[in-house]
Design a protein around this ligand. Sequence first.
Ligand SMILES: [Fe+2]
Length: 278
Amino acid sequence: MAFYDRSDCLNPSPHIDAYGNKSGIFIIKNAIPEKLIEKIEAGLNALPKEIEPYTEGLMSWYTNKMAPGVDGTIDLWETISEIIGPEWVIHPANNYLTVRPGDNGMFIHTDSPGKDQCHLLSQTDVWSTCCIIDYGVCVYFGEYEGGAIFYPQINPDGSIKDKNNSGGACFEYKPEKGDIVVHSAFDPYGHGVREVTSGTRYVFSNFSLKAIDNPGTFYNYGTPEYFKQVGNKSSDNLKFWMDPLKENPQFSPDKIKEYQASGLEGEDLAKTFFNDMK
Ligand SMILES: [Fe+2]
């Protein structure tokens, strides 16, 4: 059964995307077992307040907001994979995007520029999936106020705004810990995060593609290769899990250094370096 056919999957903004997939915004509440939430939050709360800089990114906004994976992260990843699969999978991920008061929430973005639109990327894509994904998939942790996810092009009732009249109130949702929010990776489901007014908002942010579209950069959850790779889930095994099985030539370590050295970000970076990318 697809995740969106579950009886506990809300679909406040139903939509069929340009690729024919059932899409829009989905919310599954209380999706993560309480014990696992407690374990992950204990790990997150024990981290130093100053986050180690994330050095592989191409957008400075992320540099001090990527908290590392903690005990239980692989169990969380498996729990999400069970819910989203088997038709869809998520790629390995081992950090928590961290937003605090004063960060001004998060800028508005879509999760993918569109399929076959790698010339428009503005962030690293080591799994070669950004232009294959169908959905963004997020799970929330932490005690915080503010921090709602908002969709400027979607009306409060879930309908899509008229392009010529896209101002005014929009759909927004304040996630509670353990919620899974799945949304379309594409326009018009661009989204941002409202200012966090107190506390810390952690999100385990993933991107989902069809299992059959996996470009061979990771083993799909549930396959014998996956179970062999993660084994007893030791930190050594998880390092292999986080290592793509093949390199994305657009984002080799040398290329990333070259992009970073240019000082360009976003559209300017894409226009300068990615014009020939498919
Ligand atoms: Fe996003």
